[in-house]
Design a protein around this ligand. Structure first.
Ligand code: ADP
Ligand code: MG
Length: 229
């Protein structure tokens, strides 16, 4: 069964159709990468999936249920977690307090277990705002993971990361994919090719191509429009 499906999902902003009738499906257990040039509609699409952006038309189905009418907080309760393109951590609080807020529990073992999953256990008492940019992004993912989601949506998680941090990020996703389905918006093709089970290419709001990484990589339309090869 599909964990996530969208049916003819569209969003208009005034005269601009940012997402245009997208049919998409994501089976449980996969890492699915959403790629495409800037302005293709990727963030708008996942915004509609998570419920932060209202659809103009079409439907979002999650775990066999039509969640289109549900606001974002109710979709979180259904098992969706979303990390923003902009860091959304509490900069003045410790890592412990940040994760405790996301968990809704101050149980030390639970907080440590979440930090362990992203490799930040040794910084539990550090003030989040004093972390490096890369570590702040990991904390952000930790806060999504704390909700123990069935679907984790990451919007450009490697943006602004150093090469060494990107390697750490790839290992993190490898660990997380064992028990979480992941929808990943990503520009770095090396990251996409090493992590994704399937890829969807968006262009001007429409699906240009969708399939296995090998298929996408060799698709002439994708190469013309996006990969620049
Ligand atoms: P991507 O994430 O692929 O770069 P976006 O989903 O952010 O693309 O944007 C798709 C298109 O919709 C762009 O042309 C963008 O300018 C436009 N857009 C996005 N959000 C809004 C908004 N709130 N109001 C008006 N236009 C928007
Ligand atoms: Mg975007």
């Amino acid at each position: 069964m599909m964990l996530l499906e969208t049916k003819k999902l569209s969003r208009r902003f005034g005269g601009l159709t940012a997402v245009d009738g997208v049919d998409f499906s994501l089976p449980e257990g996969q890492v699915h990468a959403l790629i495409g040039p800037n302005g293709a509609g990727k963030s708008t699409f996942v915004g509609m999936v998570s419920g932060r952006i209202r659809a103009s038309e079409g439907e979002v189905w999650f775990d066999g249920k039509n969640v289109t009418p549900l606001p974002a907080h109710k979709r979180i309760r259904c098992g969706m977690a979303y990390t923003f393109q902009i860091t959304a951590i509490y900069a003045r609080l410790t890592l412990f307090d940040n994760v405790a807020l996301a968990l809704g529990s101050r149980n030390e073992e639970e907080v440590q277990a979440v930090l362990e999953r992203v490799g930040l256990t040794d910084r539990v008492d550090q003030i989040a705002g004093t972390l490096s940019y890369g570590h702040q992004r990991l904390l952000e993912i930790a806060m999504g993971v704390a909700q123990n989601p069935r679907l984790l949506i990451l919007d450009e998680p490697t943006q602004g990361l150093a090469e060494s941090e990107i390697e750490g990020f790839k290992k993190l996703i490898d660990r997380l994919k064992a028990d979480t389905t992941i929808l990943l918006i990503e520009h770095n093709m090396d990251v996409v090719m090493s992590l994704a089970d399937a890829i969807t290419v968006l262009e001007t709001g429409r699906v240009l191509a969708s399939g296995a990484p090998e298929q996408i990589q060799t698709d002439p339309r994708v190469q013309d429009a996006y990969l620049g090869t």
